[in-house]
Design a protein. Structure first.
Ligand code: HPA
Length: 276
C-alpha cells in the first residue's frame, strides 16, 4: 500500500497566504451554484485552481468555478473555495479533499462546507436548507487510505461530532435570527455521477439519510484528521430520484436559494468572529 500525506506543496501555502495577506480562521467550500458568497467578498484576491500545484487537474463541470478567493466577508478575512473536485471526475478522495488540506495548511480552524443535494427525506423541498448533523460515507473511498496518521499517531480519526455541535448551534441561532428555515439532516455521500435509482433512494431512507450528494464527505474527513472544526449546509435542489431531473434544474434551484444560503453563511462568519 502506498503511503500518502495530507500535506500540501509549500508553493500553494505561500500563494494562499499571500492572497489572504494575514491570518484567516474560516474557510468555506462553495458547492454547485453557490459561488455567490465569493463574488460578493470585499478586497478579493482570486487564485485559479489551475495555478495551484497540488490541486487536482479536472475538467470544469457547469456551476463549478474552479478557483479560490481570499476575501473579506462580514469584516473577516476568509478563504473561499469556488467549486471542488469530485470523485466522479476520477480523482482520489485525498485529492478531492484538497480544499480542506490547503485550508488547514494555511491555519484555518473552521471549515464551512456547502453543497447542492437531493432531498431523501420526504418533507424536504427544492430550496430548503439543511444543517448537516452527520454523514454516511457511501462513496467507497476515504481520503485517509494510506495515511499513517499524524507523527507518532494512528490514522483512526474519530468521527463522532465530526459536524461540530457548538458550530451547529451557532448556525441554527444565526438562521433563527435571520428568519431562515433550517432543517437538520444526515448527508449521504455517494460516488456518482449517475443520480440514484428509486430503489437506492429507498435504501438511503432506510439507512437514515435525509439528503444525498456526491461531495463533502472526503473534505470533512480530511478536515477532522487535521483538527479543523466543521459545519455543513446542504441546499436541497431536487427530490432525489425526481422525475426528469437535469443538471440545469439542479443549478436553477441553487440560484433561487443561493441568496439565502449566502446571507446565512455571511451572518454565521460574523457571529463566529464575535465568539472567537
Ligand atoms: N443526488 C445526488 N447528488 C445530487 C442530487 C441528487 O439528487 N441533487 C444535487 N446533487
Amino acid at each position: 500500500m502506498m503511503q500518502v500525506s495530507l500535506d500540501v506543496p509549500q508553493s500553494d501555502v505561500a500563494r494562499v497566504r499571500d492572497a489572504l495577506g494575514g491570518p484567516a480562521r474560516v474557510a468555506v467550500v462553495l458547492g454547485s451554484g453557490l459561488s455567490g458568497l465569493a463574488d460578493d467578498a470585499a478586497d478579493a484576491v482570486a487564485v485559479p485552481y489551475a495555478e495551484l500545484e497540488g490541486f487536482p487537474r479536472v475538467g470544469a463541470v457547469a456551476g463549478h468555478a474552479g478557483r479560490l478567493v481570499a476575501g473579506t466577508v462580514a469584516g473577516e478575512r476568509v478563504l473561499l473555495f469556488q467549486g471542488r473536485a469530485h470523485l466522479y471526475q476520477g480523482v482520489r478522495a485525498l485529492d478531492a479533499a484538497y480544499p480542506a488540506r490547503l485550508a488547514a495548511a494555511v491555519g484555518c480552524e473552521v471549515l464551512v462546507v456547502t453543497n447542492a443535494a437531493g432531498g431523501v427525506r420526504e418533507d424536504l423541498r427544492p430550496g430548503d436548507l439543511v444543517l448537516i448533523s452527520d454523514h454516511l460515507n457511501l462513496m467507497g473511498a476515504n481520503p485517509l487510505v494510506g495515511w499513517p496518521g499524524p507523527e507518532g499517531g494512528f490514522p483512526f480519526v474519530p468521527m463522532r461530532d465530526a459536524y461540530d455541535p457548538e458550530l451547529r448551534a451557532l448556525m441554527r441561532e444565526t438562521a433563527d435570527g435571520l428568519g431562515i428555515g433550517l432543517s437538520d439532516g444526515v448527508y449521504a455521500g455517494l460516488l456518482g455521477p449517475s443520480y440514484e435509482t428509486p430503489a437506492e433512494v429507498r435504501m438511503l431512507r432506510s439507512l437514515g439519510a435525509d439528503v444525498v450528494g456526491m461531495s463533502t464527505v472526503p473534505e470533512v474527513i480530511a478536515a477532522r484528521a487535521l483538527g479543523m472544526r466543521v459545519v455543513g449546509l446542504s441546499l436541497v435542489t431536487n427530490a432525489a430520484a425526481g422525475v426528469g431531473l437535469s443538471h440545469e434544474e439542479v443549478l436553477e434551484a441553487g440560484r433561487q436559494a443561493a441568496e439565502r444560503m449566502k446571507r446565512l453563511a455571511s451572518a454565521f462568519i460574523e457571529r463566529l468572529a464575535r465568539i472567537a
